[in-house]
Design a protein. Structure first.
Length: 365
């Protein structure tokens, strides 16, 4: 039976989740799938979707709660008889609302995609949002079991689910890579090193930790460039200034060609409080950067083979991050060679193999 796939994201902007879902939409064979996308607000992939014969329904109302009736109307319009109709929702707020909607519509399966460790949801709420936090966690407990399948992108995320729900959870890594690069990275001899962060400038990414670690590195021949944008930009610029690190640390807007930009650097730093399965870390390893990442809840340790193909530091500990950067400065070629030994493990993240896993999931639902 042909499948009618409907992907929902509140914000289809460039980034980890948007990148993974867009690759999936574009690369699934159109002879087997009819594909539609519903989004609220931004849809930076719209032209790309339309070129690939993917139907795009873009709602102008940026608040999900006020779009419920519009989403329900669009879903009923998209549904096809004699098709297997499958709604794929992403991220917990969306998942709650879309499950409520889907369960009121006949002949519609729902898959929830979760990229956040459920035990780390508190970071999205201020100390004044106690009631809201309680309601969201309650709705997750009540509504997630009503889904048909829950897809997560790392075992670290899966392990955060309750025992009663874990049987519904399937791990599929992000389809991050078309191939494993064979490019050669030159070993360095006493030259300066360039570190980089590619990140949304938001609370959960904890870029303050990365910046503060460079205060300990003032006398070392290394710089840090942060590519990204977000609500904390001014705060981070202020922190750099207050620590007198303007000559060491700079923030730049994200380039349209992050892969090409990434290859100019030697080290990737990921300082998040939590991660799902970071496309940026995977791409950095594929481009032969040495990765230093927080040992946070989620997928960082899993991607780095628990410290064998990169370095892990204690989450939110700038001094431990400094020590790991210092080790790389003093032994750059050793860590580059060590990382190269585990390149075959990157095959876990290949587009082709993970497309097959998604296809099998859609077939068996």
């Amino acid at each position: 039976m042909k499948k009618n796939l409907i992907f929902f994201m509140s914000d289809f902007s460039f980034g980890g989740a948007g990148n993974s879902i867009s690759k999936l939409c574009i690369n699934l064979p159109k002879k087997d799938y009819r594909i539609s996308v519903i989004c609220i607000g931004k849809c930076e992939y719209k032209k790309l979707f339309e070129r690939n014969k993917i139907n795009v329904y873009q709602l102008k109302n940026r608040k999900l709660i006020f779009s419920i009736f519009s989403i329900r109307r669009i879903l009923k319009k998209i549904l096809k008889k004699n098709y297997k109709n499958i709604l794929i929702s992403n991220i917990h707020y969306n998942n709650i609302i879309l499950t409520l909607i889907a369960k009121q519509i006949n002949n519609l399966k729902i898959i929830l995609v979760e990229r956040t460790p459920l035990q780390e949801l508190d970071i999205y709420f201020s100390k004044f949002d106690f009631l809201k936090k309680k309601i969201v966690k309650f709705l997750i407990r009540v509504l997630y079991p009503k889904s048909d399948i829950i897809i997560v992108n790392s075992n670290g995320i899966k392990n955060g689910f309750s025992k009663s729900l874990i049987k519904k959870v399937k791990v599929i890594y992000p389809p991050a890579l078309r191939n494993v690069n064979k490019l050669q990275k030159k070993f360095k001899k006493n030259s300066s090193l360039k570190a980089v962060c590619f990140s949304r400038l938001s609370k959960e990414k904890n870029l303050e930790c990365a910046i503060k670690s460079f205060k300990f590195l003032e006398n070392k021949n290394i710089s840090l460039t942060i590519y990204g944008d977000g609500i904390l930009r001014e705060n981070l610029v202020g922190l750099i200034s207050s620590l007198d690190l303007k000559k060491k640390v700079v923030i730049k807007k994200l380039t349209n060609f992050p892969q090409e930009e990434m290859r100019k650097f030697d080290i990737l730093i990921s300082s998040s409080f939590f991660e799902g399965c970071s496309n940026t870390i995977i791409e950095a390893l594929n481009n032969k950067l040495i990765v230093i990442a927080s040992n946070c809840p989620g997928g960082n340790a899993e991607i780095l083979n628990y410290g064998k193909s990169g370095l892990l530091f204690q989450t939110d500990n700038e001094h431990d991050l400094y020590l790991k950067v210092k080790r790389v400065i003093n032994n750059f070629n050793f860590f580059l060679n060590k990382s190269n030994k585990y390149r075959n493990n990157l095959k876990r993240f290949l587009l082709k193999s993970n497309l097959e896993k998604f296809s099998k999931t859609f077939e068996n639902i």
